[in-house]
Design a protein around this ligand. Structure first.
Ligand code: SF4
Ligand code: SF4
Length: 359
């Protein structure tokens, strides 16, 4: 990987440079809350942000996304159907490493066994500029436990804050393009690498371990605790509101619906984010709801995150960002649930020495 150095004083010019050829999304902070939004000047960008309520996933898999438009001719029952794709050249700037791991998972899920052409098209035209966290973004984060406090190789450009400047690691051709012709970015010198190594080694001790089990043991933990009383206990507290899913960078379930105009001649089909925690999510033909209790739905959510996705994709379905824990009104948190499950005798019997609680 080659490196360049972008002085912070050159950030306004660089943002302008990026925006001249791309739609640029970046973190913006207003009234103490940060969100990813389209930006037009460096003054709007906050790269020192802690975390966001919604993850940058919302730019790759929007909350509401038109998939097709259809138009009839008034004579036949066969409407003309046009797929809708978003191919705008886009840059997402300032993605934390946990959210990059979430993009890595989404890339896998949207690639196979079924290709999602809408996601793939948008992703192909998006350049990802990631950013190292130098300290945990929230008390609820557990990226150290999930191994997501380092950037995965999916980045195009990766920034590390060196104080007066950013080190910019170039991960792809798309990333190199963002610095091509931007003269204020200079080649990295040996002292820049020394500085980068120093910053990266100092930050590690700031990230605590919070999980009382190894992340690699979580599939086993979820598998052997299916009948645990923990599920009824937290199910009795859960409001079934779905906030945990809607703030999660890895959740990808959606509902699909058609809208038809008054003439009944044209309309569109769209998808919107859905939540497995909502009542009726698992309602099927005949009126059977195979997850008709909150306890069952919570267990499913945890199993999907920590067991099924690891089995099917080889990647955990949780990146330890802590958003769901921060936003849950009744404080049902992954760390709380997983640590409670890890004290179950079934798990202890299955894993023996692996259940040692970390200091
Ligand atoms: S776990 Fe919390 S955020 Fe999720 S559905 Fe239940 S109450 Fe809502
Ligand atoms: S389950 Fe919670 S902690 Fe894990 S990735 Fe989703 S929002 Fe973040």
């Amino acid at each position: 990987m080659s490196f360049k150095v972008i002085p912070k004083s050159a950030l306004p010019a660089w943002i302008e440079f990026l925006a001249s050829a791309h739609t640029v999304y970046a973190p913006q902070t207003r009234q103490g809350k940060t969100r990813f939004a389209e930006i037009h000047s460096a003054a709007e960008v906050d790269l020192d942000y802690a975390t966001t309520i919604l993850p940058p996933k919302k730019m790759l898999l929007p909350q509401r996304e038109e998939l097709i438009r259809f138009k009839g001719n008034g004579k036949t029952t066969e409407p003309a159907v046009q797929p809708v794709f978003d191919a705008r050249p886009t840059v997402i700037l300032g993605i934390h490493t946990c959210d990059m791991h979430a993009v890595k998972l989404l890339d896998e899920v949207m690639r196979a066994p079924m290709v999602d052409p809408h996601y793939r098209e948008r992703r192909a035209n998006t350049t990802l500029v990631s950013l190292d966290c130098l300290k945990p973004c929230s008390p609820e984060a557990f990226c150290q436990d999930m191994g997501t406090h380092f950037v995965p190789e999916e980045f195009d450009l990766h920034l590390t804050d060196l104080g007066e400047a950013y080190a910019a690691g170039i991960g792809s051709e798309k990333g190199a393009v963002l610095l091509d012709g931007f003269e204020a970015a200079r080649a990295a010198l040996p002292e820049d690498f020394d500085h980068l190594n120093q910053v990266m080694s100092q930050r590690l001790s700031r990230f605590p371990y919070r999980l009382n089990a190894d992340a690699q043991d979580l599939p086993k933990l979820l598998s052997v605790t299916q009948s645990s009383p923990v599920w009824d206990e937290i199910g009795a507290k859960c409001l079934g509101c779905g906030t945990c899913n809607l703030t999660c960078p890895t959740c990808f379930c959606f509902d699909v619906f058609d809208t038809v105009d008054f003439s009944l001649q044209s309309g569109s089909r769209a998808r919107v984010w859905d939540s497995c925690q909502l009542e009726r999510f698992a309602l099927v033909a005949g009126g059977h709801d195979f997850r008709n209790k909150r306890a069952k739905r919570l267990r499913h959510r945890f199993a999907h995150k920590y067991e099924y996705l690891s089995q099917y994709e080889g990647l955990a379905g949780c990146v330890g960002c802590g958003r769901c824990a921060t936003q849950c009104l009744v404080k049902i948190t992954p760390i709380g649930v997983l640590n409670q499950l890890s004290t179950e005798k079934h798990y202890i019997g299955e894993t023996n020495s692996k259940t040692e609680v970390r200091a």
